[in-house]
Design a protein around this ligand. Structure first.
Ligand code: HAM
Length: 409
């Protein structure tokens, strides 16, 4: 039997992968324009990083990590997310002050797989490190929103909440713990166990949603400074026309957050796992890893989910042009034309075997070419026939002008 890809993982192949390529290109472009440099960190890290960074009591660390011992006896973990790694890299490199980094790559969480919830999934994200201003929160939220917008997901909305500062949390935790204590008879064993360690994590529990629905919310217990911060974020988003909505129960599943937390939702993506991305401010993380106090805010977008939400019209043809010829004597000419088109920035290909014209046309279809260029007798008069594969329309075009003709269509 031919081995299959592991459960919860996918092979991303053409033409589907064209959506991925489009998304990655747009992200790259936005990240560059907003001033985020490329960051590449290891796909596996010392397990300790996630226990300390993401939080021992979180669902991600408790149940979802791919952790193993390497041949040297070290415990390593396939990264379930990248924020802890980026902050580690920032601290390890001795960088000081503002640092803006963007990343893209696979993450790993042992989850119950379904559409949009995979064991190997992909994120693109940015981290704005070293800046405490609410304007940094607004910028980061804008990056994710602009990405969705340019990909045709124009109905995205930002769900916004504030978790307050660690000091606000002390009072909130007390109130929450008292409430959960009162309702402990209705809680799952998992939630009862989490109550002792970090009651906030009970709010992530899907099986305890009835109890969670009536729980006190963090937004009611904010210090004036935290309140001012979230209001500034709200008015910053209003000023640039990014739709947002209060989500008082949004707490996010990772321990490093304070103040602003947010997620993106869209009606174009109606599945049960509805967040297309999320993030927040995580000022405590650097110190959680043993570093100095460094304010930071960031986001990660779920590539697998965004691709599912992209309108079909956003999937472009894989190839601009497939060049065919019926005459084996013209193969070298066809190949030279393909080379020239590629040089002119047009994606072009041809069949390198000795197939019939009909079979070359079939390949053009299968390869999702937008047009076929036929190199035939009219080549001797400096012309080719271009057939638009969508409309079926044929045009005679000067061989020298194929690239500009294609671009104009
Ligand atoms: P997160 O909310 O855990 O945040 O993940 C961000 C996004 O990744 C989610 O909104 C979702 O779209 C996608 N995602 C998460 N798990 C899966 C999965 N199993 N399958 C498919 N997609 C998934 C973080 O990871 C934080 N590091 C974000 C951040 C950056 N916060 C600050 N900076």
């Amino acid at each position: 039997m031919i081995p299959r890809a592991p459960k919860g993982t996918d092979d991303i192949l053409p033409p589907e992968s064209e959506r991925w390529r489009r998304l990655l290109r747009e992200f790259d472009d936005i990240a560059e324009r907003f001033g985020y440099g490329l960051v590449i960190t290891p796909v596996f890290e010392a397990t300790e990083l996630f226990g300390r960074g993401v939080g021992e009591e979180t669902e991600v660390v408790e149940k979802q990590m791919y952790t193993f011992e390497d041949r040297g006896g070290r415990s390593v973990t396939l990264r379930p997310e990248a924020t802890a790694s980026v902050i580690r890299a920032y601290l390890q490199s001795g960088t000081r002050g503002v640092f803006k980094g963007a990343y893209a790559g696979p993450m790993f969480r042992y989850e119950q797989p379904q559409a949009g919830r995979r064991r190997q999934f992909h994120q693109v994200g940015v981290e704005y490190i070293g800046e405490a201003s609410p304007d940094a929160d607004v910028e980061v939220i804008e990056v994710g929103y602009r990405l969705l917008e340019v990909l045709g997901i124009g109905d995205a909305e930002v769900l916004l909440n504030s978790l307050g500062d660690p000091e606000d949390r002390v009072e909130y935790r007390r109130l929450l713990a008292a409430y959960l204590d009162e309702r402990s008879g209705d809680l799952s064993p998992d939630a009862r166990r989490r109550m002792a360690g970090n009651p906030l994590r009970v709010l992530d529990s899907k099986v305890d949603s009835a109890v969670v629905a009536d729980a006190p919310v963090p937004g009611e217990h904010l210090s004036p400074a935290a309140q001012e911060h979230i209001s500034a974020v709200r008015s910053g988003l209003d000023a640039i026309g990014i739709p947002h909505r209060e989500a008082p129960r949004l707490v996010r599943g990772l321990d490093y957050y304070n103040r602003t937390v947010f997620e993106y939702e869209s009606a174009s993506y109606g599945a049960a796992q509805s967040a297309l991305g999320g993030g927040g401010r995580y000022d405590p993380l650097a110190a959680m890893l043993g570093g100095p106090e460094v304010p930071a805010v960031g986001l990660a977008m779920g590539v697998d989910r965004i691709v599912l939400a992209m309108p079909v019209s956003e999937v472009s043809a894989v190839l601009d042009v497939f060049v065919v010829t019926a005459d084996p004597a013209r193969r070298a000419t066809a190949l030279a034309l393909v080379r020239r088109l590629r040089g002119d920035g047009v994606s072009a290909d041809l069949d390198l075997g000795h197939k019939s014209l009909k079979s070359q046309f079939r390949t053009a279809d299968r390869r999702r070419a937008a047009a076929v260029v036929v190199v035939g007798e009219e080549w001797d008069a400096g012309r080719v026939t271009v057939k638009d594969l969508k409309s079926g329309a044929e045009s005679s075009v000067a061989a020298q002008e194929v690239a500009s003709w294609i671009r104009g269509h």
